[in-house]
Ligand binder design. Structure first.
Ligand code: ADP
Ligand code: 5SP
Length: 462
């Protein structure tokens, strides 16, 4: 049996799956938590990867390894390959002003989407580089290279061989703001404009490129976590993946690149050589955990409570901008609850409003994807939040679409493992996912209508 390993180094944890390359059967797995915060030293990811690999029985017997990772995080390295400062993550909003400045300097949003398929917001690496240039000139002076979380972990697995041996893949490169999925080329002029110097960047590998070796194992190009999840869940034309992890994402695989100057849909690349138009919210599964904390219950009880309240929660609306928001672009916003009355002031109403508010924000993303030409026949729901029965049952009413839920699993790590199997065997394996559940419901447009009336009514954070 040929074994392969897939890694998901995501915001909250690192997961490792080891699968049979031919059948996809899960052989072993492990996981380890990441520290909280939006600024994390990459060493913490390396320790978590080592712990998760050990829990998964080690990597000595695998033929290939691929790493999927949280997108956009800025990892800066000096000439010796030492980390210059803790990485700024995708959900760190301190570079919001840098995003505004960069859009102005290039002449507007359309110029950015024409150049690199996206409009800068605080999440994207290019804006973090500008923040660094504006606030930490000493660190900029020391920096010799910039890469992403998955690039850095792949490079560490290869033994940290030197800056010229940094590799990335199309999907993650397309989220930097200085690489174009449409042309398959870096825009190093935009990187230089952001950070005001030249930096070494990773070589972008194609779908079956190799990034070196870890012992006897080949290292695959890896991927951004969303692209890996799309590959792991086997998304087909007409499928839209909705991932409810730390972030909420809505995306599909496309044959042409997105170009959305509104900035809602980012024109990313996928792992097979195609494209991955994607909408991302900053607030997803943690809206549920926060609502559970407010109610003094766990997430299972939150789900029961939400299903006890009527659709629309009698008009109670929770606007879920707990970390500020990226879509819509409100980096300084806070969340809000509207429609409180004697009738709606119950735990069940609040639980229902939390689930519906989070899903309504994602449904707005679904509309934006359609506006970019995506065919949407059904939703495939993945990520930690998809484990919630309330989310599964309420989602079809909010999205107005059938929702398919694969068995609970690690679809980012699985996508990375599937890529590793492609590298090890020379062909993309057809791994089938059994026991998916389909949820249907009559659409309830009133849920989205009351959300639309409330979503602008927020105040900024202190
Ligand atoms: N049954 C559940 N109901 C609601 N949320 C859940 C459930 N199980 C896990 N989660 C949440 O899912 C999140 C983790 O999901 P995951 O997709 O692994 O996130 P990430 O990839 O961003 O680290 C955590 O915030 C966790 O609390
Ligand atoms: O910024 C994005 C996508 O553009 C996020 O989706 C990150 O890639 C983090 O993902 P999770 O840790 O929530 O899976």
């Amino acid at each position: 049996m040929t074994l392969v390993a897939g890694v998901d180094s995501s915001t909250q944890s690192c997961k490792v799956v080891i699968r049979d390359a031919e059948t996809g059967t899960l052989v072993r797995e492990g996981r380890s938590a990441h520290p909280d915060g939006t600024e994390v030293h990459p060493d913490a990811w390396w320790q978590a990867l080592e712990q998760a690999s050990t829990m998964a029985g080690g990597l000595d017997d695998v033929a290939a390894i691929s790493v999927g990772g949280q997108q956009h995080g800025m990892v800066t390295l000096d000439e010796q390959g030492e980390v210059v400062r803790p990485a700024l993550l995708w959900n760190d909003t301190r570079s919001a002003q840098a995003a505004v400045d960069l859009i102005d300097e290039l002449g507007g949003a359309q110029q950015w989407t024409d150049a690199v398929g996206l409009v800068p917001v605080a999440s994207f690496t290019v804006t973090k580089l500008r923040w660094l240039a504006d606030h930490e000139p000493g660190n900029v002076a020391r920096a010799a290279a910039v890469c992403l979380p998955h690039d850095w972990l792949t490079w560490k697995l290869a033994g940290a061989p030197g800056l010229d041996a940094l590799y990335t893949d199309r999907s993650d490169a397309s989220g930097t703001g200085y690489w174009s999925a449409a042309t398959n080329e870096y825009r190093l002029d935009l990187l230089r404009q952001a950070v005001r110097k030249d930096l070494t960047v990773p070589t972008v590998l194609g779908p079956t490129g190799t990034a070196g070796n870890h012992g006897n194992a080949l290292l695959g190009p890896g991927a951004g976590d969303n692209a890996a999840a799309g590959f792991g869940a086997g998304a087909q034309p007409g499928d839209v993946i909705v991932s409810i992890g730390t972030s909420g994402t809505v995306f599909s695989v496309a044959d042409t690149p997105a170009n959305d100057p509104s900035g809602i849909v980012a024109g990313f690349a996928d792992v097979t050589g195609r494209f991955l138009p994607l909408v991302c919210t900053l607030n997803a599964a943690r809206v549920l955990t926060t609502a559970a904390t407010m109610l003094g219950v766990d997430v299972a009880k939150l789900s029961d409570l939400a299903l006890d309240a009527p659709a629309g929660a009698d008009g109670l609306v929770l606007v879920p901008y707990l970390e500020g928001e990226r879509t819509p672009n409100k980096p300084h916003a806070s969340g809000a609850v509207h429609g409180l009355t004697l009738r709606t002031g119950t735990p069940a109403h609040l639980a229902r409003a939390a689930v519906e508010g989070m899903l309504c924000a994602l449904a707005d993303g679904l509309d934006a994807l359609r506006a970019q030409g995506a065919t949407v026949n059904r939703v495939i729901l993945v990520g930690g939040g998809a484990r919630s029965e309330a989310v599964r049952r309420i989602a079809p009413a909010v999205f107005g679409l059938p929702v398919v839920v694969p068995p609970p699993g690690e679809y980012v790590a699985d996508g990375a493992a599937r890529q590793a199997a492609w590298i090890a065997t020379g062909a993309a394996p057809e791994w089938t996912i059994k026991n998916t559940q389909e949820y249907g419901a009559t659409p309830v447009p009133a849920i989205r209508e009351q959300y639309a009336a409330a979503r602008e009514l927020t105040v900024d954070r202190h």
